[in-house]
Design a protein around this ligand. Structure first.
Ligand code: PGA
Length: 268
């Protein structure tokens, strides 16, 4: 794991934007894995700014989102499709037909939809860079604690904690789905690079479990310990329970020197 710690959430977003930027300039038809939630909003704002100011181009980019609520209408304001359109897709030159979410309507079979999503990802050549957040309970995507570390795209029932954490996004009289279609942990860890962002004190325990805890379905993000190219980008608060931060910061400064010499993607 490459662990990078910054003072502020803004620096976290900037660092993640650098990764996407570098990838898209090297490989314009890259396949990106994308996440929703509060954490990546700043990243998307930075990508939009780079598109407008530095000609960052999404014309050939293909994207796969981690998850989508089960049986939600795509045009519902709470759907992750709406979130992505609002924060990124409507503001850059991406072709909407190249943007995928693991949808499942009332008339579709979730098992078949999951298999279809896996097939689409494979047929696109696999995900080059997967962006991730982390839940306060250690989930990645909607892979709640106890999810198989080998899981593939499927339907998951959300925990009470996740429902509570996400209830801020729903009005009092609005129906909040309690299930989602999500890439599995096996799907996520198939990506060539994974970059997880975490900010704020309420993520500190999950971050500590992910990095220093046992590899365990109880903390799904701990699966990243097995990934060849995992980058974890934290602000100080999210890193506040880690004991080895001095080493991580020292290693990061060395990595930057190596990256300058051998190329950005050499040493993740
Ligand atoms: P958040 O969600 O960015 O809204 O905190 C992250 C997640 O649940 O994966």
């Amino acid at each position: 794991m490459q662990i990078v710690i910054f003072e502020t959430p803004e620096e976290v977003a900037n660092h993640a934007a650098d990764w996407v930027d570098t990838l898209l300039r090297q490989k314009p038809n890259a396949v990106l894995g994308l996440a929703t939630g509060s954490t990546p909003i700043e990243l998307y704002a930075k990508l939009v700014a780079r598109h407008e100011q530095d000609a960052l181009c999404f014309a050939k980019t293909v994207t796969f989102n981690l998850d989508e609520y089960f049986q939600i209408q795509p045009d519902s304001p709470q759907s992750y499709r709406s979130f992505m359109n609002y924060h990124l897709f409507n503001k850059v030159n991406i072709q909407k037909s190249n943007t995928y979410l693991p949808t499942c309507s009332e008339t579709q079979n979730p098992r078949q939809q999951g298999l279809n999503y896996e097939r689409l990802i494979k047929d696109s050549g696999g995900i080059d860079l997967q962006i991730l957040g982390i839940g306060a309970n250690g989930h990645i995507g909607f892979n709640e604690p106890s999810s198989s570390l080998a899981s593939r795209t499927r339907i998951k029932t959300l925990t009470q904690q996740t429902l509570k954490d996400n209830s801020r996004l729903f009005g009092e009289d609005e129906y909040q789905p309690d299930k989602a279609m999500t890439m599995g942990i096996g799907t996520i860890t198939d990506a060539k690079y994974v970059l997880l962002m975490a900010t704020g004190k309420n993520k500190a325990e999950a971050v500590n479990n992910m990095i220093t805890g046992p590899l365990s379905a109880h903390c799904p993000a701990s699966a990243l310990q097995m990934h060849e190219n995992a980058i974890v980008v934290l602000d100080k608060e999210a890193a506040s329970l880690l004991s080895d931060t001095e080493y991580y910061q020292w290693a990061d400064s060395q990595n930057r020197k190596l990256n300058e010499k051998f190329g950005y993607y050499h040493n993740a």
